[in-house]
Ligand binder design. Sequence first.
Ligand SMILES: Cc1ncc(COP(=O)(O)O)c(C=O)c1O
Length: 395
Amino acid sequence: MSISNRVQKSMAEGGWIRKMFEEGVILRRQYGDENVFDLTLGNPVMEPPVEFHRELRRLAENPLPGMHRYMQIPGYAETRAAVAAQLSLETGIKFTLDDIIMTCGTAGATNVVLKTILNPGDEVIIFAPYFPEYIYYIDNHGGVAKILPADEQFIPKLDVLEAAISANTKALLINSPNNPSGVVYSESLLYQLGQLLQKKESQYGTQVFLISDEVYRKIIYDGLEYTSPLLHHPRSIIVTSHSKDLALPGERIGYIAVHPDCSQREEMVNGLIHCNRTLGYVNAPALMQNVVSRLQSVTVPIAEYQKKRDFLHGHLSEMGYSVVKPQGAFYLFPKTPLEDDVAFARELLQWQVLTVPGIDFGSPGYIRISYCVDDWTLEGSLAGFRKAAQKFNLG
Ligand SMILES: Cc1ncc(COP(=O)(O)O)c(C=O)c1O
């Protein structure tokens, strides 16, 4: 066998996002592109903002000397300073460029952080439903994913967390606004999480890092203010990117931000820089670093996502689906009328509606619907959702 047993096992377990993608290819061949309503991927339909194209043109017309060469591993000082300034503005915490490492997306950032902090067997706690790739990332670096259930509103249960933290817990990995639930953690929850981590650190004489995946930080609705988890725990690290807020997932531009008051901050930052290199990323894409330097306060029009949320959430609720109204990101995570979420996702396929079973996110009994798609896709999917609702007596 050419590939390792571990990789073979991981490929066989596969993941439903990929399986549904393959189902979509078959359906498109059969029914035509315009009759398939693909709600599987978090691939933003919006184009990047005009400011992005302006920056690209500026750099193409006025190239900087050496702008395509290797650079310092953490990235260009100008870019890191711009990120630090924006983060300081948003959080009130005083970041400097020395706290920032530019990375290949949030995925790269998360792998770098986990590689840097994990010893074999260290536990990383995540709450279900979670972003499925976390399981691979934790495994990549010898960690053990400890998956905890959230409550019916997808909020972490503090008593469950308290019981789960052990002397082997190295990190709690959170994601707010959340993929797939759309939930945004409140300030009071973040305060309690921080207090709990610090209590457990004192109890065990350990350090428990709070890794905050903020890839949807700027995609937040109804005028809600984002509260930084960093305000409540000094051993916190942000992993994020411009994949969603600037609609640049293919460009792989993200960053790590270490809390300036993190214990042994310098050692941590040096470790992160080392791992950014040794994992083979070397540095974040040079052109994109230059582009995003001046786009730190720019986003795609969030109101358009809010409109899509309102449209689909409104229709699904009216059909009788039980679905928490998302406060951010661009997913809905309704309960399935059948207990078997895979069977329900298959039911939807007969009306050419593609979704992802909740089991992929550690929460069977739900499906994930991605609404960062064209309006015609959302509109076209309604007939299938309605037929399924009628078939299973919702409403
Ligand atoms: C919660 C979450 N984290 C990380 C990622 C990966 O993002 P990136 O493209 O920045 O690597 C995604 C992508 O959908 C995501 O939903």
